[in-house]
Design a binder for this molecule. Structure first.
Ligand SMILES: Nc1ncnc2c1ncn2[C@@H]1O[C@H](COP(=O)(O)OP(=O)(O)OP(=O)(O)O)[C@@H](O)[C@H]1O
Ligand SMILES: [Mg+2]
Length: 396
């Protein structure tokens, strides 16, 4: 149901401080269309209220002459609700910076309360992702290939890092290669806890608890690594994983899942919740054969074909096969091509994803465009369907 046409008022919270804010807050407190959930000058102290996905908008007030980036990032840590910046004495520098920021609106104070109400309603309306359900609804992007060594982990780690660093999305990298996962090592993080600790911990899982088990990478990405010992994998059951993904969707914009080359129980639970399945392929015949089988299995599982995207890794390898032959064999378009690059194994061995280590390498550009494409509006996506993101390199 539409939140704005039913009798519900827009739930909004205020952080920060500036001249004119107290007057505005008292006007909003009595407004019939607004439910002012509360306010706290310090974003840090507001964290418990900001979390949980129940807010439809957040107003942050600032009196500075430049964008309060730390405060805005702190808000983003806790909520995906649209943020309206309220500024007393806005400087041109701040307005310029605000254009680039992830803000729903910038409103100079003092202001007629009715104008602020309009800005709040507009922001809440645009920020509504799932009708009737305010808050975040993260996308699950699963990276799979029925063949080992095709580059799943390289793709998953780099894509996740690109989403966090270059798209500014709150991103979780989930390692579902439960027995021999190496996503954490490729990210160069040394986790204290893994998915094993999470699933054996007592009590109900919620966003806050999940946050306690993830490890943060400097690029902003949260990582939930695979169990340290292969024998612990079996404790990660379908039911546990299903719940984990539901909770993760509420607190992250995107969840990138690295996998093993098998359709095991937890993988099936993940497929049930997968919005986008990146099927990794390479220019070799055994991989293609297995990929065809995997496509048939996905069909049997009634996994919608529209959610499958073929990614051709090492697309420029000179191995006597062309990308269009892959398309012919699979009966599907190759959506993304990722070239082979020496920078990749170098980055892997240093534990620093290539998109971060060598931002302008062709392979990094390809993965960054992949991340960007994931967040394009569906209309643009349709228009971009026929376009290759990055032409394959001619050199091997
Ligand atoms: N585009 C690329 N260019 C160069 N090297 C690559 C590329 N993609 C992957 N590799 C190399 O291939 C190796 C295997 O990749 P990766 O570990 O990502 O495969 P995987 O599919 O996750 O394997 P597994 O099934 O064992 O988990 C990596 O260590 C990396 O060095
Ligand atoms: Mg792997």
């Amino acid at each position: 149901m539409d939140n704005l046409t039913d009798k519900n008022r827009v739930r909004v919270y205020a952080t920060g401080a500036c001249e004119g804010l107290p007057e505005l807050l008292s006007a909003l407190a009595g407004h019939p269309e607004i439910e002012l959930v509360g306010s706290n000058e310090r974003v840090h102290d507001a964290a418990p209220t900001l979390t949980g996905g129940h807010l439809q908008a957040v107003m942050h007030a600032t009196r500075g002459s430049s964008l309060p980036t730390d405060d805005l990032a702190a808000i983003r840590e806790h909520t995906a609700a649209p943020v309206i910046l309220l500024v007393a004495g806005a400087s041109s520098r701040l307005l310029e910076e605000a254009l680039e920021a992830d803000l729903a609106d910038v409103v100079p104070l003092p202001q007629l309360p009715q104008n602020v109400v309009f800005a709040i309603k507009k922001a809440a309306h645009a920020g509504r992702r799932v009708p009737g359900r305010p808050g975040r609804k993260g996308r699950v992007v699963t990276v799979f290939s029925p063949k080992g060594g095709t580059g799943k982990t390289v793709t998953a780690t780099n894509l996740a890092a690109a989403c966090a660093k270059f798209e500014g999305r709150k991103t979780l990298l989930l390692d579902l290669d439960l027995q021999f996962g190496d996503a954490a090592i490729m990210m160069g993080v040394e986790p204290e806890k893994t998915i094993y600790d999470l699933v054996v911990a007592p009590g109900e899982l919620d966003s806050e608890k999940l946050a306690g088990y993830t490890t943060k990478h400097a690029c902003g990405l949260s990582v939930l690594p695979a169990p340290l010992r292969p024998e612990d994998a079996e404790l990660v059951t379908e039911a546990k994983l299903g719940r984990l993904l539901e909770v993760a969707r509420e607190s992250f914009d995107v969840i990138v899942v690295d996998t093993s080359p098998f359709f095991h129980g937890p993988m099936l639970a993940t497929l049930d919740r997968t919005d986008e399945l990146l099927l990794l392929c390479s220019l070799d015949v055994p991989t293609l054969k297995n990929l065809r089988l995997a496509l048939q299995t996905l069909d049997l599982l009634s996994f919608p074909k529209s959610r499958v995207k073929i990614v051709l890794n090492r697309s420029n390898s000179k191995v006597g096969m062309k990308p269009n032959e892959v398309e012919g064999a699979l009966g599907m378009k190759v959506r993304f091509e990722v070239p082979s690059d020496r920078a990749v194994p170098l980055a892997v061995n240093r534990g620093n994803p290539v998109v971060l280590a060598e931002e302008s390498a062709d392979v990094s550009r390809a993965i960054k465009s992949m991340a960007k494409e994931m967040f394009r509006a569906p209309k643009e996506e349709a228009a971009g369907k026929k376009r290759r993101l990055i032409p394959a390199l001619s050199k091997a």
